[in-house]
Design a protein around this ligand. Sequence first.
Ligand code: ZN
Length: 180
Amino acid sequence: MKELINISSIDDIFPQYRNTPIGLLLEYHNLNRPMDSYDNAQLLIGMCMDNRKHLHIPDNFAYIIRSGGANLRYSEFKVSYAIAAGAVEHIALIGHNNCGMVNLAARKDIVINGLVERAGWEQSKAEEHFMQFAPLFEIGNEVDFVLSESQRLRLRYPKITIAPMLYKVEDNRLYLIRED
Ligand SMILES: [Zn+2]
C-alpha cells in the first residue's frame, strides 16, 4: 500500500505543490482556507462520478471531469481543451476508496440484472455490454490506478503538473499519495 499523507496543515503539502493551484485545492478542501474569488479556472480536477464526494472549493476555481474511477482515458479531448483553451497548467487526479470501478467482475450479475430490470434491456444485450465495457473501466486498485493514470497523463502532457490524490469517503478529506 502506497503511503497516504493526511493534509492537516500547509506543511503537509508537498513542496512542489505549495503555492500552486494543487496546494490551494488542498487548503480549500482540507484546511478551510477562506474562499477567494476567481474569474478563470486555475486547474483541472479529474474525479470519480461517485455520489459520496463533494469538494469544498470556490466558484470558478476548477474544471471538473467526473468519470468512473477518475479514469481520464476516455475523456482526453476534454483534458486537452481545459489545458489549451482554459489555460490550466495543473491537474488534480482524485481517486477514492470503496470505488465501484474496482473489481467490476464481482458486480457482473448486479449490472446485467439491473440493466434488464431497470432499463428494460434484453439479457443478451446487457451481457454483451458488460463484457465489452467492464474491462475498459476496471481500475484494479484505487491508489495504484490513480498513480498509473497520473504517469500516463504526465507523458501525454509533459508541461502540466499532475498530482495524484485519494478522497476517503469516511472522512471526506483529500490525501496526497507519496510517490516512489
Ligand atoms: Zn468511484
